[in-house]
Ligand binder design. Sequence first.
Ligand SMILES: Cc1ncc(COP(=O)(O)O)c(C=O)c1O
Length: 507
Amino acid sequence: MSDKRKAAIAMSGAEFKSAGHQLIDKISIFLDTIEQKSVTTGESPRELQKLLQSIPFPVNGKPAEPLLLDAANRLFDHSLFNGHPKFHGYITSAPAPIGALADLLAAVVNANVGAQILSPMATEIEKQTLSWIAQFIGLPPGYGGIMVSGGNLANFTGFMAGITAKAPKSIKEDGISADGGRLLIYCSTATHTWIDKASVLFGLGKKSVRWIKTDTKGRMDIALLEQTISDDLNNGSKPIMIIGTAGDVSTGVVDDMKSLAIICRRYHLWFHIDGAYGICAAVVPSLNEMFEGIEEADSIALDPHKWLYSPLEAGCTLVKDPNHLMETYSSHPVYYNFDSHDDDVTHNFYEYGFQNSRGFRALKVWLALQQAGSSGYIQMIEEDIRLSRLLFRLANDHPELEALTQNLSITTLRFVPVEFQQTDDSNANTGLYGEALNALNKELLNELQHNGEVFLSNAIVGEKYCLRSCIVNFRTSEKDIFEIIEIIVRTGRKLSRKTSGIENTTH
Ligand SMILES: Cc1ncc(COP(=O)(O)O)c(C=O)c1O
């Protein structure tokens, strides 16, 4: 009788080692040569589907090693690499290599970090990670929280805790009701789309969101905010929460947190901060003033997979009084025997958020924080900001580029062909000029996103369609910034020559 079962999915230590070594060899070469690759191949979904068509539905199994090496080849030859030094699109960081190894280790242990008894060490590591992140951005002791998949979920988690805390009736017993006035949430027009989803998902409805206009600096207009709250109170509605943004998704603006905190205190509102992208910059000494007031937040969303350079997925919610998470998410079904420790420090993460079974996301963040240290992170974040400012300066100095905004590590700019500058229309943003310039820059972005030399995204600043570079990338260097300027101008000239019809329509 054999004492070991031979399962189709099992691997012996020797098989694992051989496949693993070969895979790691390939990964190491990829990491050392990533900058020589294109950021993306620009292949269409149809072309990629064709590449998979030759793989039949798997009825009979195959050895693991060639499968893994084949998957690695497919991915290294046909992917977009956000670890490439010229990937500056959206807000996805270059992933820390230690995070990749951490994910491997986490998958092998496969801790279910829903309950402490199922993940004894992993639970403690997640708790320590959260308290380090809070300390890292300068929060006072006491904040706790939970790791989640990313910014949307991090914001949802804090948002729901705030509603539970501030709703006049028990959400758990009575649900969200508009009896006694609609519950209202206040945020700036620059707030990320998660708030739209949250208002619908959690039953408030989109009419519950008061979008407050931004001031000339792009920050939530404080006077308008206070006036709106006061009008709403007079009309019998129930303001319950203000959402400040620390680094807005388009242009990186940080709201005036100090003033938002004061208004929250004055009107007894929950203060939530969406710091998914930008709040990590609070670690930079020269930016401390910009982030004053974050220490008053009731809840904060922060994404390690943005500016802590963690591989996807890693977001987290930090809450000043973590009991609010328990009050929102905890339940005790009879089939859980999770409180068996006498110890009152047993911590079951399923009681602090949406998930039940949970992976060990904290490990990659915990290890990266130790590898770089807060001093290493300060240097990396400072350098991203310096390079973003350099990009802005170079664009500003270039006769065919218009630099529009620069905040944190986000710069927006657009290509303005010479023929547009020779017009006697002093405002080349209006009418046909404006439309043509917007169309040209949109086409330019599409071209750049497909040709693989650099990957940018877009923003709308005023009425202007522009290119947007967000640097959360520890591989980007000064050389990349100079080259990006050259690539934009070269591609812009090529497109504007091709569409010289613009000239005819605008003159
Ligand atoms: C300010 C802000 N909040 C929330 C999100 C959503 O984060 P995720 O894509 O990780 O869900 C983003 C994404 O870029 C963001 O910039």
